[in-house]
Write a protein that binds this ligand. Structure first.
Ligand SMILES: [Zn+2]
Length: 485
């Protein structure tokens, strides 16, 4: 059903919507660009009978599902589902003042929130819609240090009293009163270190799931959240369970991979000192020293975004971190300003920086995108205050702040240089956006200050900086992993 109307390399097309058990047909205008199908968000909402409104001046559109809202901004990969931030692999595009979303990617994130079961066939440009009677739509199993977490994704909130979980002969049996499960989709693709098999059964008044376990489970806990049922299984006996471990567990993670990002590189020298020394040389050297310290003294996996002097996009750096399952992202920089007496270290987390100092530093670090191939792809980050605010309130923010504070303390202790200003700042750093882990940026000292330039040129000072960050990582890891159980 591709139309012949072409608009440079963008082709217009229609997506046919078919509804199970109905002859009704709906068509969603769409655009095809580089073989990717972008659907009109407004008509997508219309096809599914969802609430919709747009704020044209802010280039923002909102789809409403009951009390929940999905916010999309044109040319911005971040979408908000209530206050959760998700990242699309491709930016939504705009045509005639309307937003078009890359439909497959968009559904990949939002399908679980939709009241209907939606299947998109890209080749046939067809979207099939089934008004789902199901309220348990997916199962996810993940590993924790002392056990496993089984999560049932639900489309409604169940009460704790609706759920029963028991273990008998290595079978974990979960009964959800009022649950309706989609056995076809639950059957598939579960193969895990702990679960060999999942058997779903639908009874008249309840849903029943049996999971065959291959490890001995010592205890279990059940928790019903807004859109999930979480069952924690403890498999190790060495740790005592105290308090409400489940609540804690959901916030904890194992810190096993550290991503170190030496600021700048290649065509991006960063700031340059009076003696000609470049920021990129210093940051790469500190990063390598830090890596050495971590590898020598811990079992952590340590990855540098680049080990040689090369040009690297800011997004590329966080993508590298995500792809390698990083648990901490630390970007190392050197500060500079026109005020030559300014000196000291500072640490930065992502947020909506309002102070003049914060804006200046963010501008300095963000300006490197001019060396990148497509700097325009960042253009909506700068003023997307709502995105930055949402990120500031999202998960990892508390941990990022915490890590920043630890780093400040250790920097003071090891480098003996002063803390600049209030020490921890928030600003909209592009290099931190998108890293799905606690993330900080450290401005180690001022290259624009004569005394600190002299320090930054010495191996001993760089080693002290590396030592301070190394100690900080150790303290942070210990603190966050201890709570696990
Ligand atoms: Zn920098």
């Amino acid at each position: 059903m591709k139309s012949t109307e072409a608009q440079s390399h963008i082709t217009k097309a229609w997506i046919n919507v078919r509804y199970a058990g109905s002859t009704k047909i709906y068509q969603i205008p769409s655009l095809i660009k580089d073989n990717i199908i972008y659907a009109s968000l407004k008509d997508f909402a219309g096809a599914l009978n969802l609430g919709f409104f747009s704020n044209k001046s802010k280039k923002k559109e909102v789809v409403r599902i009951g009390s929940r809202s999905i916010k999309v901004t044109s040319y911005n990969p971040f979408i908000l589902v209530d206050d959760k931030v998700y990242q699309l692999a491709l930016n939504p595009i705009e045509s005639n003042g309307e937003i078009f979303v890359p439909l497959s990617h968009f559904l990949g994130i939002t399908a679980v929130y939709l009241p209907q079961k939606v299947l998109f066939d890209e080749n046939r440009l067809s979207l099939s819609v089934k008004f789902s009677q199901y309220n348990i739509v997916a199962v996810d199993i993940s590993k924790r240090e002392n056990g496993y977490i089984v999560t049932l994704k639900t489309t409604k909130q169940f009460k704790n009293s609706d759920i029963a979980a028991s273990i008998k002969h290595n079978w974990l049996n979960i009964t959800v009163y009022g649950g309706k499960l989609d056995s076809a989709s639950l059957f598939t693709k579960i193969k895990n270190q702990i679960v060999d098999q999942i058997l779903p059964f639908q009874f008249k008044k309840s849903a029943y799931l049996s999971l065959k376990l291959n490890k001995k489970v010592l205890s279990r806990k059940v928790y019903a959240g807004e859109d999930e049922i979480v069952i924690s299984l403890r498999t190790l006996s060495s740790v005592e369970v105290t308090g409400d471990i489940l609540d804690k567990q959901r916030k904890k993670w194992i810190i096993d991979t550290i991503i170190i990002d030496p600021g700048h590189g290649g065509r991006q020298p960063g700031c340059i000192g009076k003696t000609g020394i470049k920021e990129k040389e210093i940051t790469l050297d500190i990063a390598k020293r830090l890596k050495k310290l971590l590898e020598k003294n811990t079992n952590l996996k340590v990855l540098l975004t680049h080990e040689i002097d090369k040009t690297m996009g800011l997004k590329e750096r966080t993508q590298f971190a995500n792809k390698n399952n990083g648990k901490l992202f630390i970007s190392i920089h050197v500060n500079a300003t026109t005020n030559h007496s300014a000196r000291g270290f500072s640490t930065w987390v992502l947020g909506h920086g309002k102070s003049k100092q914060a804006l200046q530093v963010a501008e300095k670090e963000n300006s490197v995108i001019q060396f990148e191939d497509s700097p325009e792809s960042y253009k909506d980050f700068g003023d997307a205050a709502h995105i930055l605010n949402a990120i500031a309130n999202s998960s990892y923010q508390k941990e990022s702040m915490d890590l920043a504070q630890i780093v400040n303390k250790e920097m003071k202790k090891y480098t003996k240089i002063p803390m600049w200003g209030k020490g921890v700042y928030q600003a909209g750093f592009y290099v931190l956006i998108g890293a799905a882990m606690p993330r900080i940026l450290i401005e180690t000292a001022f290259l624009s200050n004569k005394y600190e330039e002299r320090l930054l040129r010495t191996r001993s000072f760089r080693q002290k900086v590396a030592m301070a960050i190394f100690k900080s990582i150790k303290i942070f890891k210990k603190k966050y992993e201890q709570g696990i159980g």
